[in-house]
Design a protein around this ligand. Structure first.
Ligand code: CA
Length: 221
């Protein structure tokens, strides 16, 4: 799950980033609206946390610009202004949720989980591949009907692969789903996760495409 956080309050952003990373999110942080729109145009994140009071643009204009291209990208607004009018304006512009500062980390995490579930429901529920089934709503994986507990990063990796069954996922794409920019990632971190998944689901479940990446399922080409 790659989360883009657009927030110009650096101490707040730093604290949030740490807390969210501890929950297994890959968090990328930007402090201007223009940079956010650029990045979203190049590499769409899975979810966006957007501060309304940015130095270069009104957050609502950033949100409108996001919505013109990405109707379903989940966006949670953060704001220092806690009035009904602001909330309505945010939701009218297409925000999925709205949180007034100051807020509890627990509250933010709960809202993100709701957005994550809603997003999964729009996309898919269960993805089945051979004897492996992954439910993106329940965030549950089964092998021959038996539940397999996975650490969050292994789950996210398996989900990325299964959502794209039959297509090769490059190392760069997979890593961007699992890690934040600039996060210290050892060069074999992805291999280690793949290794663990293979131990759980069988060596042949994930295939290595030498020099490119990984894939599951039969080729669609
Ligand atoms: Ca601000």
């Amino acid at each position: 799950m790659q989360l883009l956080m657009v927030e110009d309050d650096i101490p707040l952003a730093t604290g949030l980033k740490k807390a969210l990373q501890a929950q297994g999110f890959a968090v990328n942080h930007l402090d201007t609206g223009k940079a956010a729109l650029h990045v979203i145009g190049v590499e769409k994140p899975d979810m966006v946390i957007l501060d309304l009071g940015l130095p270069d643009m009104d957050g609502l204009d950033v949100l409108r610009a996001i919505r013109r291209k990405h109707v379903q990208l989940p966006v949670l607004l953060l704001t220092a202004r806690d009035s009904v009018e602001d909330k309505v304006a945010g939701l009218d512009c297409g925000a999925d949720d709205y949180l007034a500062k100051p807020f509890d980390m627990v509250e933010l995490l709960a809202r993100l989980r709701v957005m994550e579930r809603r997003m999964s429901r729009i996309q898919t529920t269960a993805i089945n591949l051979g004897n492996v089934s992954l439910d993106t709503v329940e965030q549950r994986v089964t092998l021959d009907g038996q539940e397999v507990e996975l650490p969050r990063r292994e789950y996210m990796l398996l989900k990325s692969l299964m959502e794209n069954a039959g297509r090769v996922q490059t190392r760069a794409v997979l890593e961007s789903r699992l890690y934040s920019w600039g996060e210290e990632v050892s060069s074999n971190a992805l291999e280690v996760h793949v290794h663990h998944l293979r131990k759980k689901f069988g060596n042949d479940f994930i295939r290595t495409i030498r020099g490119v990446g990984y894939k599951v399922g039969a080729s669609q080409e």
